[in-house]
Design a protein around this ligand. Structure first.
Ligand SMILES: Nc1ncnc2c1ncn2[C@@H]1O[C@H](COP(=O)(O)OP(=O)(O)O)[C@@H](O)[C@H]1O
Ligand SMILES: [Mg+2]
Length: 251
């Protein structure tokens, strides 16, 4: 289970991306990036962050630690910004938090070099979870303490928006032609050899167990949160074996 903390102060919005995540302080004295349950696609975005983020972490990638943040919607009462106020008001209860990497820089492919090995691992992972959000326009990679960190997995696994077609959709090609790491000659064959065998049923059970029940409840077609957890695991397990063959546009 993810660690639980309580948001105690809203500090500021992070305006770079589209979803208006914010910076908050919590009762454990941590500073977190908060992703709101009331934003855009709502809780499915948060589920995608947890599944992809916790899977990436277990495959050896650097991902900021994830927590759940309990939010009292009254925290927004004094907010002058109407958009922020609405977001806070509609996000009472369980939200997602991640460790704020203070001083991190956005990844700039012209200023920082990545080995074919590391580039291959990241492109392979993005193909596994169908991540459309790692383009040169929008890298969602941070440089922190000299290393690359993966963030923003809310737009992965778009197949979870249509469960009846999920397994077929998850088998589709992955277009990496706009991927920010394309210029670094990503060695996806090597990545597949090293990473695919790690994506087992057991690992995926561990990963999906991290999703808070409240974000899984009352999904049409599913009786229990655990049934839905297994529905997340299945397409990922099937795709792990073939993800590298589905990558297009990097040659
Ligand atoms: N854990 C973090 N540490 C430091 N900065 C972050 C962190 N997460 C996000 N950011 C900053 O906030 C921006 C927006 O966050 P992101 O997760 O990409 O959300 P979105 O693109 O959906 O708005 C990022 O581009 C980055 O600059
Ligand atoms: Mg982003």
């Amino acid at each position: 289970m993810l660690k639980e903390a309580i948001a105690t102060r809203y500090i500021t919005p992070l305006r770079e991306g589209g979803s208006l995540p914010g910076l908050v302080e919590a009762d454990d004295h941590g500073t977190y990036v908060i992703k709101f349950t009331g934003a855009g696609q709502g809780r499915k975005t948060l589920v995608a962050e947890v599944v992809a983020g916790e899977l990436a972490r277990r495959l050896g990638f650097r991902v900021p630690r994830l927590v759940t943040l309990d939010l009292d919607p009254d925290l927004g009462l004094g907010e002058p910004d109407q958009q922020v106020k609405e977001l806070l008001r509609s996000s009472g209860g369980t939200n997602l938090g991640m460790d704020f990497l203070s001083g991190a820089l956005g990844f700039d492919p012209l200023a920082f070099s990545v080995t074919p090995e590391e580039a291959g691992r990241i492109v392979w992972f993005d193909a596994l979870v169908n991540n459309v959000d790692r383009s040169w326009r929008n890298p969602n990679l941070l440089r922190w303490q000299g290393e690359l960190w993966l963030i923003d997995h809310g737009a992965t696994m778009i197949w979870h928006h249509n469960w009846p077609g999920a397994e077929a959709s998850a088998a589709r090609p992955y277009d990496a032609s706009d991927h920010v790491l394309k210029p670094f000659a990503p060695d996806v064959t090597r990545a597949a050899r090293e990473l695919a065998p790690l994506v087992t049923e057991e690992l995926l059970a561990e990963v999906t167990a991290e999703i808070p029940d409240v974000w899984l409840a009352d999904e049409p077609g599913f009786d229990t949160p655990d049934e839905l957890r297994r529905a997340y695991a299945r397409p990922l397990l099937a795709r792990a074996a073939v993800a590298h063959e589905r990558i297009e546009g990097i040659k």
